[in-house]
Design a protein around this ligand. Sequence first.
Ligand code: ZN
Length: 241
Amino acid sequence: MLPPELKKEWLAKWRRILDDNASRMDNPEAYRMMCRWETRDMLEAGVIDEMEQFEMDELADAAYWHAVEELVTTPAGYTYGGYYDVIRRATSECVGYIRSNTYYSSIGPGADGFDGKVFRDKTALRLVFRSDNQAWAINGLVLTAPSGELYDLVQTAQFIYGKVYPIICDADTYRALVDCAQVALESRDFESYRKARPLLLSAQFTKCGACLDRFGQRENCSTCAGNGFVNTAGTQPTSPA
Ligand SMILES: [Zn+2]
């Protein structure tokens, strides 16, 4: 292939990755990395120069920060690095565990290891069982069996860059982390923010929907009693584990 054609094609490929809104909102850190890997390879192949790479990476960074700012106010959903107890809603019984997208049954575990996997196709999330290939839908933090029976996914920990962190249940710790994350966000400090974000998402608290933790409004907010955040523990059944 002639170099100009190669460049054109490669740029189109990079553009597809950059414009992939689903992957950007799904996992902004991985999205940013994918974009940067592409420009790094293009630079190595001599298809773009350093200035072009810099400008392209700036676009990916802007898209990343835009996504995470939007996600701050999004209600918690299933995260890929999450550790969850699977609780049958009708009986409050813990029937199994999800560890980084792998399901382990606690009532009738398979002979060799795991019993299912969580997959995403397009926008739908499903837990697919190993024994019979049945697929159960996951919406938010609710797993639904084909019979219509509901199971709650109660998060207990979060896997972040090679380490497992228990979810934050202490209000002072949460407040301190929110403040650190805000500084990282405002100063576009990617390394700090990428570590804080999954911890905030998996915490037992969430930003107050009434005052949005805004200075000046927070003080008189009756929803959060001036804290700027609310406890989400009451909205889900507690795990017996
Ligand atoms: Zn409030």
